[in-house]
Design a protein around this ligand. Sequence first.
Ligand code: BYC
Ligand code: FE
Ligand code: FE
Length: 470
Amino acid sequence: MSNVSLNEKIPNNVSLSSDKRLQRALEQWQPEFISWWKEMGPDGFQAKDVYLRTAISVDPKGWAQFDYVKMPDYRWGIFLADAVPNRTIGFGDDYGKPVWQEVPGEHRNTLRRLIVTQGDTEPASVEQQRRLGQTCPSLYDLRNLFQVNVEEGRHLWAMVYLLHSYFGRDGREEAEALLQRRSGDSDMPRILGAFNEPCTDWLSFFMFTTFTDRDGKYQLLALAESGFDPLSRTCRFMLTEEAHHMFVGETGVGRIIQRSVELMKQGVDPRSVGAIDLPLVQRYLNFWYTVSLDLFGSEVSTNAANFFGAGLKGRAKEESFEDHLAIDAVYEMDVYEDDRIVKREIPLRSAMNEVLRDAYVEDCQKALNRWNKHLAGVDFQFTLPSRRFHRAQGIFAGKTFSPDGREISASEYEARHDEWLPSAADREYVQSLMVNPVYTPGHFANWIAPPPRGINDQPIDFEYVRYNEG
Ligand code: BYC
Ligand code: FE
Ligand code: FE
């Protein structure tokens, strides 16, 4: 079961050839995907050989194969983690009943919406990142960007497979619409906020893959708990790919910090030699972390309560909780009452977005702790801003807070904006560092340290993208 037939038109481990209707429907969607990829995928590198990994099995150990591939020839396909025998629903009103292999009629619309929302983020991120190849700091980083991009493309396939297989005509229409919305478009934007934000420099890219892909990890963990078994199995395999995306982000930011600290220890101001000063890194962190916090939705959410009650979306690592019904339990949180923040007990099911956000925040803090290890000997620490700061969703949206969580006047917020979030000058400075891309094997831009090792045991000066050929 876990072996993938890579030679079929659509690589898969779901016996696609035994369902001719489905196979035909997906084979009709495939060219539309490829034309979307050519139009909206990485700009300018489609004919180059890129050293990519491709899934050949869904075993935790042997799933990856590395080789040179031209991106449009990447083996995008449908990979589900192996079924867990006798799996039962792990939470909500149907707790303990067998999981569903088909969509229960009463949950059809809700489930479709969840899958579409998840699916929409995947092509959105490819669109956001499409011009980064032109400003890359090295071939190593360029290859990592493209690896992330092709895998996000595959994540779109994962959701489209579910839509086509289980949602009939509506599902096929949603699959088309996933190729029609465009990140940042004023008429047809992507669904969620962060996926319409420009991500046009490498500091943003590394912050995005640290913080926004980490939202992906937590949303996928929650959906991997789903009572709808095909969704669970799909998300479990996607999670194995997600780890690499966060690695790219976290080590990318880490190498930027390392380079700046190296200079500071020599008594050199990073900006004076075209590297990136630490307060600027903190401002980018503040931005991407807070737009990613918004992706968890409102603190108090009847949608979230319904997802949980229906057994569709659980908590990350649901088995680590004792009470899987969450009927009588409460969650204490800060809410507004008469314009003042007070602590209130919220029914736990309505607080599930916040429970998931808690796990996310804790994980983000660990990433910061690793970054802060680079700072030994310099007088600086990275910190996560308060969850109230710079929010556009939930109870703190539309109010103004400082990064340490104090409510402040709109005029104070405005006056201090450039201390806390990337300013126009910051963005211009960062862009200016990257106008000259680095395409020589083993060379790195001046604003980033080389990685300690290469990909798949290859040396650092390996030609990860054959830039000068093709
Ligand atoms: N922007 O009850 P509420 C990834 C909407 S990332 C815009 O607060 P709910 C990846 C919401 O839809 C993982 N709109 O929230 C990472 C609702 O709209 P309607 C993505 C937003 O329903 C990097 C309204 O506000 N996965 O994979 O609990 C690269 C009030 O709803 C936002 C998922 O999101 C926002 N930030 O929604 C590539 C999982 N937040 O119904 C990929 C699937 C909320 O009033 N989605 N709204 O029109 C879900 O689980 C849920 O829909 C949400 C929270 C987590 C989004
Ligand atoms: Fe993804
Ligand atoms: Fe990702």
